[in-house]
Design a binder for this molecule. Structure first.
Ligand code: PMP
Length: 286
């Protein structure tokens, strides 16, 4: 059984419970982060901690924990649950006033709820899917306008994954005004020649922590990066495509709807970026 963290306590997972009045439960009034673990160490912890603070700030929500303590909790959960490869899920909600009300509760009397738990995923880095590549379908992006805030409001992404599953695909890319925004739980990229193309940062997409690292490594490796909108048609004619996220790192995409990219197997750029990302991230892990 897992040991989880809830509001300052380490508890067996079946003893950790949250109020029915918690605003995360009633209103999706909460934010989250997912940090991956390789070799028992945290990947990009700093980036996730910074983005968490940004999400909380954007929602005028208090941060119940300092960055130092947060690191300590992550490390303690890794230790207690003996995680070599996997993820740590963190969620902070606006807490549980003793009723349901649209108005934010007074932060002096209603404290945020903070939960962390581990997900053990042996073989996360050695994922066979990286050899094969993924198939994605395109769906309309009907999410709200602040996708840069990492809220727990994941119903549409969840529905998108189900649409993909039903279509025999692995994931969905979302389209707005003809342009790809991002994947249901990842950032989206195409490759043309030697150029890596991905949508620029704005409120339209989540500012991926893996995205930032991968683009930095790509530029350091003298690869050309263009941050701009691309259409789904352009994507279907690309040489390669891939996604990035904390739990998939860099994952090649070999098919978009009915369009097979290149030879229908991962190309040169995405696997190379995956290798660089994994190498560099392991080196920098804490
Ligand atoms: N976009 C969306 C919509 C996501 O949910 C995620 C992962 N949570 C990402 C992008 C990738 O972000 P990161 O690299 O920080 O995991």
């Amino acid at each position: 059984m897992r040991t989880v963290y809830l509001n300052g306590d380490y508890l067996p997972e079946n003893e950790a419970s949250v109020s029915i009045f918690d605003r995360g439960f009633l209103m999706a009034d909460g934010v989250y982060e997912v940090t991956s673990v390789l070799d028992g160490k945290l990947i990009d912890f700093d980036g996730h901690a910074v983005r968490l603070q940004r999400s909380l700030g954007a929602l005028d929500m208090q941060n119940p924990i300092s960055k130092e303590d947060l690191l300590e909790v992550h490390r303690e959960l890794v230790r207690l649950n003996e995680i070599e490869e996997g993820m740590i899920y963190l969620q902070i909600t606006r807490g549980a006033p003793n009723d349901r009300d649209f108005v934010f509760p007074d932060p002096d009397t209603t404290k945020p709820t903070i939960v962390l738990f581990t997900q053990n995923k042996p073989g996360l880095a050695d994922n066979p899917a990286a050899q094969k590549g993924m198939k994605v379908i395109s769906i309309n992006d009907i999410r709200w306008g602040r996708r840069d805030i990492k809220t727990v409001q994941l119903l549409y992404p969840s529905m998108g994954k189900m649409m993909a599953k039903k279509a025999g695909a692995d994931d969905a890319w979302m389209i707005e005004d003809g342009f790809v925004t991002e994947g249901t739980s990842n950032n989206a990229y195409i490759v043309k020649g030697n150029k890596i193309i991905t949508r620029a940062l704005s409120n339209d997409i989540l500012h991926g922590i893996t995205r930032a690292a991968v683009l930095r490594f790509a530029r350091e490796a003298q690869m050309e990066v263009e941050e701009r909108n691309f259409t789904i048609e352009e994507a279907k004619e690309a040489d390669e495509a891939f996604i990035t996220s904390a739990s998939t790192f860099v994952m090649p995409v070999v098919q978009i709807d009915d369009a097979v990219l290149g030879q229908g197997v991962p190309g040169r750029v995405a696997p190379r970026l995956r290798e660089i990302y994994l190498d560099e991230s392991r080196k920098a892990a804490i």
